[in-house]
Design a protein around this ligand. Sequence first.
Ligand code: GDP
Length: 138
Amino acid sequence: MVERTLAIIKPDAVERRLAGRIIQRIEDSGFRIRAMRRVRLTRAEAEGFYAVHRERPFFASLTVFMSSGAAIVLVLEAADAIKKWRTLMGATDPAKADAGTLRKEFAQSIERNATHGSDAPETAAFEIGYFFAGIDLI
Ligand code: GDP
């Protein structure tokens, strides 16, 4: 089933000028980029995006990091896009990520891990709507 997911190239990767290489990997893996935008999140916007994690011990650190610099948000489309993108990203912790994954190659730590991807259809719908309007996705 053709599906859409929200991807973010996080501030650590944008700062290190890795966005082009990550976008190339996205296209080489067969995704279509349906929408893409550079954003600089405020702390409140990062807190809203990660609201499901507000009780986690790393919430403050994560939202400071995500609002520390520019990020690139993308809507990716493919068959089984949510799982496919999470497989390409690799495990949250780069020390546990498989060889050949983006996080293995580009992440610096469990927090500064280069990319984000939605984890389920409901979160993908929320996260896509957080950054893009319906008219951006026609
Ligand atoms: P994801 O779905 O693989 O992005 O992982 P989670 O939903 O569990 O966590 C969201 C984001 O929070 C991760 O991508 C990391 O940037 C960050 N994060 C997750 N676990 C930790 C942790 O133990 N410590 C810190 N500092 N950040 C974390």
